[in-house]
Ligand binder design. Structure first.
Ligand code: TEU
Length: 535
């Protein structure tokens, strides 16, 4: 496998299709909206887009409950729209990653309708059924969305397992026919030219055969250790088979969402890439997402992640997604300031690994400010106001100063940010110092100077005193990155002789060149310099 595979050197842009752009004025983003925005995506310079699910779905979990894997939901458009989007992307050398949600289906999926129809239906075993004991469910496993993970089904007098909503029954991956049906479905999309999949909750696919209860822990908020309902070792055999199947196609990529609770579990995540060549191409580790603003915290999480990655493996780096509050809001900082978000983005785009950029992150989008009546996420409904759910990070993309930020002429499914004109694409495009311009610039630097994407990572300042600094080195090319997480000026004085040229700074620094690595970092400055020669 060449070192220069696209998914290693590229940047992957996550699009939440409901919220990107509405092309047919129904208040919900759609596939044509993405196609209409293709020039924006190309100009941003990303190498691939990952689109959250667009398959047919009753949308109780906004697409993560799939009713038909081979169809596009009419809310998002048609199969022709999808194929056209893929063509427009491929013409511009942008790959397309689909979301593969196969821990569970919707309860409206034909497979489940058959499975629940009788105890001896041929697809009964495609899901996880159990009679329970008396009036009690089979065990104490909990749904991630609250309550028991078991739902009693009157018709056949048994319980079925659902790790999420009761309308999201879990598939039984131990059944070979089910496995074949999913592999066939994957081939269907790979044959159409899809460049890969993001595997939803891949670490939950296989459950304990004996359905044993999880060990109880004493840790607050973590009442059980998910030994039996998640993280089963058998999943790795399955992923090896999936990799063999995927590798029959050229240049495709599988990235897994390994979902763990705070503080994250890099060793577990890394297990999903096997020896680096034989399971998933990449996996997410959420340790850094779960960190508060702290140079030391970020550095330690990154280091643990790198340490866990096997020799032939490659890390994915992610700071935001559709399940977590937006980075800009998590990192806070001085009121109204995006200074920390900028430092975070330079981190995301210059440490070693493939950056996953969440739509709007390039604009410094904040969490949506929502009232209770705006909430649509089932998690938000259930846990309001202690936890407001995931709608906060799913707001409409702000394109310009028109109605609803140009996202849609009608009221969007989630309200547009009242301040959206200020952070809109239109406004930021013409501002050489905007967040957007900064992202375009760094992504283009990654293409120009391969050490920034493919280079070794050599840490120099490890988060003490609020600074992370590192070299990226590829052959004879060396760049140096310094990130000031603090609100005070910091002196950098490294005895690294030579001439250095400033490639990028978050600040309008007066310096263009340095002699040796001796300079001052402004508060919350992030800087990229390149070595241009010896003294
Ligand atoms: O997320 C996994 C998951 O467990 C989260 O939904 C988590 O429970 C939530 O963020 C609370 O912190 C994946 C998808 O990314 C998510 O959108 C889906 O709802 C979920 O799986 C079910 O498919």
């Amino acid at each position: 496998m060449s070192e220069f595979v696209w998914w290693k050197h590229g940047v992957i842009y996550q699009i939440y299709p409901r919220s990107f752009r509405d092309s047919n004025s129904d208040g919900v983003g759609d596939i044509r909206g993405i196609t209409d925005s293709i020039d924006y995506i190309a100009e941003l310079g990303v190498d691939a887009i990952w689109i959250s699910p667009v398959n047919k779905s009753p949308m109780l979990d906004f697409g993560y409950d799939i009713e038909d894997y081979r169809e596009i939901d009419p809310l998002f458009g048609t199969m022709d729209d999808f194929l056209d989007l893929m063509k427009q992307c491929h013409d511009r050398n942008i790959r397309v990653i689909m979301d593969l949600v196969v821990n569970h289906t919707s309860d409206r999926h034909n497979w489940f309708l058959e499975s629940r129809s009788s105890r001896n239906n041929p697809k009964r075993d495609w899901y996880i059924w159990h009679p329970g004991s008396g009036t009690r469910p089979p065990n104490r496993w909990k749904s991630a969305f609250g309550g028991s993970a078991w739902e009693f089904d009157e018709r056949t007098g048994e319980y079925y397992l659902h790790s999420f909503l009761k309308e999201q029954p879990d598939l039984n991956w131990r059944n070979p026919e089910l496995k074949k049906a999913v592999f066939d479905m994957m081939s269907f999309w790979l044959d159409l030219g899809v460049d890969g999949f993001r595997l939803d909750v891949v670490n939950w696919f296989i459950k304990d055969k004996k359905l044993r209860d999880n060990p109880v822990t004493m840790r607050p908020f973590h009442p059980e250790r998910h030994k039996y309902d998640r993280n089963r070792p058998e999943v790795h055999d399955l992923l090896r088979e999936m990799r063999v199947m995927t590798d029959r196609y050229r240049d495709r990529m599988l990235v897994g969402e390994v979902f763990t609770l705070i503080p994250g579990d890099p060793e577990l995540s890394a297990r999903f890439i096997g020896n680096g060549m034989d399971q998933l191409h990449m996996a997410f580790d959420f340790s850094i997402i779960y960190r508060f603003w702290s140079a030391r915290g970020f550095y330690r999480a990154l280091k643990k992640w790198y340490r866990a990655i096997p020799a032939g493996g490659w890390p994915a780096i992610v700071l935001s997604n559709h399940d977590q509050p937006r980075g800009r809001s998590r990192y806070l900082g001085p009121p109204g300031s995006d200074a920390r978000a900028r430092v975070a983005s330079v981190f995301l785009l210059t440490v070693r690994g493939t950056p996953f950029l969440y739509y709007g992150e390039e604009l410094g989008m904040k969490n949506a400010r929502l009232r209770k009546s705006d909430i649509v996420d089932p998690l938000g409904h259930k846990f309001w106001p202690i936890y407001k759910g995931r709608d906060l990070s799913r707001g409409p993309m702000p394109w310009d100063g028109s109605e609803n930020g140009g996202f849609s002429p009608v009221n969007p499914w989630l309200p547009a940010d009242p301040d959206c004109e200020n952070i809109s694409v239109l406004k930021q495009s013409s501002d050489p110092y905007s967040m957007l311009t900064m992202h375009r610039r760094i992504i283009s630097l990654r293409k120009q100077y391969r050490e920034l994407s493919m280079g070794d990572f050599i840490p120099v300042l490890k988060g003490w005193r609020g600074i992370i600094a590192y070299y990226r080195k590829y052959g004879s090319d060396t760049s140096f990155i310094a990130l000031n997480f603090t609100a005070s000026e910091k002196k950098i004085d490294l005895n690294h002789r030579g001439q250095w040229r400033v490639l990028f700074s978050t600040h309008r620094t007066s310096y263009k060149f340095f002699t040796d690595l001796k300079f001052r970092l402004h508060p919350n400055e992030a800087i990229i310099v390149k070595r241009i020669g010896d003294m």
